[in-house]
Ligand binder design. Structure first.
Ligand code: NCD
Ligand code: ZN
Length: 333
């Protein structure tokens, strides 16, 4: 059995920089024709110059035809001129991290509803940017996303023309809000729809499944999986593949982030087939993104084939999601 998908997109991706970028980018660009690339590098991508240079390094590292949509890191210092320049240079994504919420968020925003940030967002709205948000407070870990909902709601109401993306939605209590506001959309990861907190610490501790937002309950994962299987119009696929070297995971102060890039489309095909929903896979990984983000579909087609794929235990010193497992689908080379 084969399945051809037009122009799949990964709308939330970490590619890092330097040697890691060169090591990981082709796992994504062999499967996806484009991706929203996160700016939480060290130092972060806070200017148009840094974003364009980063985009060039990504393009130079990819062996496949690939469009990186690099997002600009929103700091309180971002000004009107820089936003205009970003727009003129084809950048259209802004990423907002609450300060301290996750890896590389040290330069994030302290007070999201402050006058300063609201001014930036007003300019962003008028220029037609898309705002993507890591929506978590610093409260109890399982309630961080839930506690952040009033901020999403306030922004959705204040800026009705600003498209706001609720990144890596992980808590089923968030879904209703996304459905309620026309300008709210969300991305879903593979790990939040297949795994729960049990997979991180229900048995022996598994640091490779530690990520932000933390994996939630079995009920949350089932609900998210059903949204994906039905290719709900307001949700696009965003893997949040976030590679960290094994030495940064299996240590004290282990970093948050799951590296899923090598297995994404094969695993999605396996899961969608298992639930008799293969006909919805293209909508979930391609059409929804083109509509929500106004993207042009590329001519690139990806063929998946029902053939066993053995997931390596480690790729370039990074342990992947489902390390060592077998999947029933592969990418046709
Ligand atoms: C991401 C990373 O490592 O950059 N980590 C994660 O757990 N998802 C940052 C993020 O998207 O939160
Ligand atoms: Zn991320």
């Amino acid at each position: 059995m084969k399945l051809e998908i037009q122009s799949p997109f990964d709308m939330h991706l970490h590619l890092r920089d330097g040697e890691i970028l060169r090591d990981v980018v082709n796992y994504t660009s062999s499967q996806f024709c484009g991706a929203v690339v996160m700016p939480n590098l060290n130092p972060p991508i806070t200017s148009v110059k840094l974003a364009l240079e980063y985009k060039t390094r990504i393009l130079n590292s990819s062996k496949y035809d690939f469009s990186p949509f690099v997002s600009l890191y929103l700091t309180e210092e971002l000004d009107k001129e820089e936003l205009q320049k970003a727009k003129d240079n084809g950048l259209f994504m802004l990423k907002l991290y609450p300060k301290g919420a996750t890896t590389g968020s040290e330069n994030g925003v302290k007070e999201i509803l402050s006058d300063k940030v609201l001014e930036i967002l007003e300019v962003a709205e008028n220029l037609g940017f898309i705002l993507s948000i890591h929506g978590e407070t610093n409260g109890f870990v399982l309630d961080r996303e839930f506690e952040f909902l009033p901020i999403f709601e306030s922004l959705a109401k204040t800026f009705p023309k600003l498209k706001i993306i609720f990144e890596h939605l992980s808590d089923r209590r968030s879904i209703e809000l996304v459905e309620r506001y026309d300008n709210l959309y969300a991305t879903l990861t593979l790990h939040h729809m297949l795994l729960s907190l049990d997979d991180v610490l229900g048995g022996m501790l598994n640091p490779h499944y530690f990520c932000k937002p933390i994996l939630k309950t079995p009920k949350d994962k089932e609900t998210l999986l059903n949204i994906a299987l039905n290719a709900h119009d307001k949700f696009s696929f965003g893997s949040d593949s976030a590679p960290h070297l094994i030495s940064k995971k299996e240590c004290n102060n282990g970093a948050a982030g799951i590296f899923s890039a090598p297995i994404l489309l094969p695993k999605l095909a396996e899961v969608f087939e298992k639930h008799d929903s293969l006909e919805n896979l293209e909508k979930f990984v391609s059409l929804n993104a083109t509509k929500i983000y106004n993207l042009n579909r590329s001519n690139r087609k990806i063929t998946l084939i029902k053939q066993e794929l053995k997931v390596s235990k480690i790729y370039n010193d990074i342990v992947p999601l489902f390390a060592g497992d077998s999947m029933s689908w592969s990418l046709e080379q």
